[in-house]
Ligand binder design. Structure first.
Ligand SMILES: [Zn+2]
Length: 342
């Protein structure tokens, strides 16, 4: 599942490529991936220009010149791939990051055109009457979905309604179809339920140790791992990063929050930021590290010290890393470095 570092990687990558681009058209083949009404899409998406790419927790936002935003949740298997003069993809690591697109995991295609100054400056609101820029591509009912069929299916709906102007595509791929892209007015984003409840950004400059401690007090009787995974305590920490930071801070994941010493809590605070930053530095799961220097695929967990390393030696003490269950989740620990609470 794409976690905070992967979503941050998407943000940074697309943040270099999308601003200034015009969204010429959009096609999708699955209603739930793109739950937006045609009126809004024609009026506020098609013809708009990308201004900024932002992230909050694991949610991505693409702000548009129409004061609407695309709010994107990658969920379990979502990924975004930009294909133009250059290629950039990140999110859930699969072959779609590097393969030919669209493929069978493609749910939405955005046709993009370079905005060459004022001549392409279009007020999207005036475009409402423009014909058929939004197309819903129905999936073939035969169940046949090999690459040739997939490509043909999308092409038959006229991939680029503005031939010659479209110079790049943004693909939203999602094998399991839990992810979504919603178009909503930018000012309404903070009112979405999720944003009202979500905790502070662990990497934010204004997120100090005192804030971390205060947030954890809300769950003082919970196991520390459960508290870390609670998105209302801190935003965007998933299973991998909870295990990695608890290992780094030498805290057993089933320790109650109230039993973790101040010193250990401080180490944990530092560890969370270090582990997340390290992973972002390594590119989260992006096309760049999905294929490593030897052409080997999917090595994105290279930074992990305990996650999925059961049976291997702890780098600190040599003990065997084990996998246990804490708070209902598979949990990786060094039994010697992370002492079980009494
Ligand atoms: Zn150890």
């Amino acid at each position: 599942m794409p976690e905070l570092p992967e979503v941050e990687t998407v943000k940074v990558g697309l943040g270099k490529l999308l601003p200034g681009k015009k969204i010429a058209s959009v096609q999708y083949d699955w209603d739930k991936s793109f739950p937006n009404n045609k009126h809004d899409v024609d009026g506020f998406l098609v013809g708009s220009k990308v201004q900024k790419v932002r992230r909050r927790a694991k949610v991505l936002m693409i702000d548009l010149s129409t004061e609407y935003s695309l709010v994107i949740h990658l969920k379990m298997t979502g990924q975004l791939v930009f294909v133009g003069d250059e290629r950039f993809g990140a999110g859930h690591p699969t072959d779609s990051l590097i393969g030919s697109l669209p493929d069978k995991s493609t749910r939405i295609i955005f046709c993009l055109s370079a905005s060459k100054g004022d001549e392409f400056e279009i007020n999207a609101r005036k475009q409402r009457s423009a014909q058929g820029n939004v197309q819903e591509v129905r999936r073939t009912s035969t169940g046949v979905d090999d690459m040739a069929v997939t490509q043909k299916r999308w092409q038959s709906f006229g991939l680029c309604p503005e031939p010659g102007q479209c110079d790049a595509h943004l693909y939203f791929n999602d094998q399991r179809k839990f992810g979504w892209v919603r178009l909503i007015p930018t000012v309404e984003i903070p009112n979405i339920d999720f944003f009202k409840k979500v905790g502070p950004e662990p990497l934010g400059d204004d997120f100090k140790f005192g804030d971390f401690k205060k947030q954890l007090e809300k769950r003082k009787n919970s196991m520390i791992k459960a508290a870390l995974l609670d998105q209302t305590v801190v935003a965007g920490i998933g299973n991998i990063y909870a295990d990695e930071s608890l290992y780094m801070a030498k805290i057993h994941p089933s320790t109650r929050v109230k039993d973790v010493s101040e010193t250990k809590l401080k180490s944990l605070y530092e560890a969370i930021r270090e582990v997340l930053n390290l992973s972002i530095e390594k590119g989260g799961s992006s096309d760049r590290n999905y294929v490593d220097a030897e052409g080997k695929r999917g090595s994105y967990l290279g930074f992990a010290k305990v996650f999925r390393r059961e049976g291997k030696p702890c780098e600190r003490c040599g003990s065997e890393i084990i996998k246990i269950k804490v708070a209902g989740r598979g949990t990786h620990i060094c039994p010697k470095c992370q002492k079980e609470p009494k």
